[in-house]
Design a protein around this ligand. Structure first.
Ligand SMILES: *[C@@H]1O[C@H](CO)[C@@H](O)[C@H](O)[C@H]1NC(C)=O
Ligand SMILES: *[C@@H]1O[C@H](CO)[C@@H](O)[C@H](O)[C@H]1NC(C)=O
Ligand SMILES: *[C@@H]1O[C@H](CO)[C@@H](O)[C@H](O)[C@H]1NC(C)=O
Ligand SMILES: *[C@@H]1O[C@H](CO)[C@@H](O)[C@H](O)[C@H]1NC(C)=O
Length: 357
């Protein structure tokens, strides 16, 4: 039986999560919006235990609302081809394609050395903040052909159904890429970069490609993969290190809006990975992952990080003899593990060797 208190709790949680995560689409340089998000941000810590418990409480809420993955699968009401697009990102703007356009995609991808697919987070879009920070930098390098998945119609409104939709989006993208691969595209040219919910979409897509083709895409970079409803669940429903040949993760709001646990081959925790310098809101901490990554595209040596057991040991200088690895675009698969570094509080964030302990 669901009591009135239950209903109230569900309602409050929905509203709070909706509005507090809505701010993920608001850059922290827009002070006007901040009074509201400030308020919700401060309540986030109260609702957080409810959703960060992961599996259990999040699933029971979703089950009550009829929006678990299994329930939505049975309902089968969404025509995903109508609500999902993939955009070719060019210097002159985005060109939209349907996910059915696999042959055309093969032609577009044919001459590219590396195909990058950017995936936005909650309440964002294929021409939102994250894509606008990364794509222009990537397009300065001729080796990249840049695409952006557009799920703005289905990962907005409220977080719980968005977190379920993310899984369907990942499967759709995975099927699409599998077709493109079956038509002759080389999976080792495919590199997906996802922020927040987009990180899990990337992971699910990578799983699907492996399931269908037996091959792995080359790389997934997860920029503060979403935590709420994704903590403490099995690998099948979220990003995992088996989803690509190389999975690198930047945690910038670990345990709050982002996942805390390492889930990649290499997990970077700038400034300890929870709170970022110069940020007062979780949304800002959460976005910092893509800001740092964007900087690394033009400045690959800005973020040397130190392999270390934890932030305390790093801070005490007890890892200063351990190996260094670069965080960001140039990151490679050598010496997997957990890495720490410090950054500045505003752009340019990178401190070079001074940041690696
Ligand atoms: C993690 O998930 C398991 C299985 O659903 C559950 O038994 C356990 O209580 C969860 N742990 C936390 C911290 O939520
Ligand atoms: C979902 O519905 C579509 C038609 O709307 C149908 O073609 C498809 O097979 C259905 N999928 C499942 C899993 O039932
Ligand atoms: C994409 O699909 C929608 C509906 O499925 C259709 O109306 C539209 O014309 C298609 N667009 C292109 C460019 O093929
Ligand atoms: C950090 O790691 C060291 C060595 O494994 C351990 O002794 C210490 O308790 C850890 N500290 C924290 C805060 O986890």
């Amino acid at each position: 039986m669901i009591s009135l208190q239950h209903l109230e709790l569900i309602y409050i949680t929905k509203c709070l999560l909706l509005v507090s995560l809505y701010a993920a689409s608001i850059p922290h340089t827009v002070p006007a919006k901040f009074t509201l998000s400030n308020f919700f941000d401060s309540t986030l810590s109260m609702i957080h235990p409810l959703v960060s418990a992961g599996s259990d409480r999040c699933e029971s809420l979703k089950s009550f609302l009829g929006i678990t993955y299994e329930q939505m699968q049975v309902k089968n009401k969404t025509n995903w081809y109508d609500v999902l697009n993939i955009d070719l990102v060019t210097k002159n703007g985005n060109i939209k394609y349907n996910l059915t356009a696999t042959r055309r995609m093969n032609r577009l991808m044919a001459r590219a050395q590396t195909i990058v697919i950017l995936i936005h987070g909650f309440m964002e879009s294929s021409d939102g903040w994250m894509v606008n920070a990364l794509a222009p930098e990537l397009l300065k390098k001729s080796v990249y052909k840049v695409f952006a998945l557009d799920g703005r119609k289905i990962i907005n409104l409220e977080y719980f159904s968005s977190s379920t939709n993310a899984r369907f989006m990942g499967e759709m993208l995975g099927s699409f890429l599998s077709d493109v691969i079956k038509n002759g595209e080389d999976p080792s040219k495919i590199y997906i970069i996802g922020h927040s919910l987009g990180s899990h979409i990337a992971g699910i897509a990578g799983k699907k490609v492996y399931e269908v083709t037996g091959k792995r895409i080359s790389r997934i970079t997860a920029l503060d993969p979403a935590g709420p409803c994704f903590s403490n669940i099995t690998d099948s429903g979220r990003l995992a290190r088996t989803d690509a040949e190389y999975v690198d993760v930047i945690h910038s709001n670990a345990g709050i809006l982002g996942l805390k646990a390492p889930v990649g081959h290499k997990d970077f925790y700038p400034n300890g990975g929870v709170i970022q310098p110069g940020c007062y809101l979780s949304i800002c901490d959460h976005s910092r992952a893509w800001e740092l990554f964007a900087e690394s595209i033009a400045s690959p040596k800005h973020f040397p990080a130190r392999k270390c057991e934890n932030w305390t040991m790093f801070g005490e200088g007890r890892c200063s003899k351990n190996e260094i690895s670069y965080m960001g675009l140039e990151s490679d698969s050598s010496s997997p593990g957990v890495y720490f570094l410090t950054t500045k509080n505003s752009a340019p964030f990178g401190m070079g060797s001074a940041g690696s302990g």
